[in-house]
Design a protein around this ligand. Structure first.
Ligand code: ASC
Length: 152
């Protein structure tokens, strides 16, 4: 019982930030998901910059890949009903996210899969594998932006 309580508490800690993002409504949801995309972009930049160096640190790559993976997995929960352009808030989220939810989920899931593959590659420490997995992430960002984000 004590062990179960410990596991439950640990799980609750893990899930809490995701739940916070998923439960935010309206403008709060917009702010939360934008912060999440910033974290995702920062982690992705860290990885790309590290791979450009003469001796990439697998430790740095592992940490950033884990952050990128967590952020990617938070994407689908970041767009609750009522947090779109109709809020009047500054958002690049297109109404298509809500009118074509299945398409959006599919696009987000491709990003999640690529992020998890990169996380696994980073865990292996194999730089060639990490490079290939990193190159596979960018198109999954773009794939979602093409249909679901306002063009700048
Ligand atoms: C990034 C970033 C994105 C993607 C996208 C890939 O670094 O912030 O949104 O890569 O440009 O096509």
């Amino acid at each position: 019982m004590r062990k179960l309580t410990g596991v439950t508490a640990a799980l609750a800690l893990l899930v809490a930030p995701v739940a916070a993002l998923a439960q935010a409504t309206g403008v709060k949801a917009i702010e939360a998901r934008q912060a999440n995309f910033k974290a995702l972009a920062r982690a992705f930049k860290t990885i790309n910059d590290e791979l450009k160096g003469a001796r990439p640190s697998v430790d740095v790559l592992r940490r950033a890949a884990a952050e990128l993976s967590v952020a990617a997995q938070r994407i689908p929960g970041g767009f609750p009903a009522g947090s779109g352009p109709e809020t009047g808030a500054k958002t690049e989220a297109l109404a298509a996210i809500w009118t074509n939810r299945a398409g959006f989920t599919e696009a987000a899931n491709r990003n999640i899969a690529a992020a998890r593959a990169l996380e696994a590659a980073a865990a292996s420490g194999d730089l060639a594998r990490i490079r290939a997995a990193t190159d596979a992430v960018g198109p999954t960002c773009k794939g979602c932006h093409d249909s679901f984000r306002l063009k700048k």
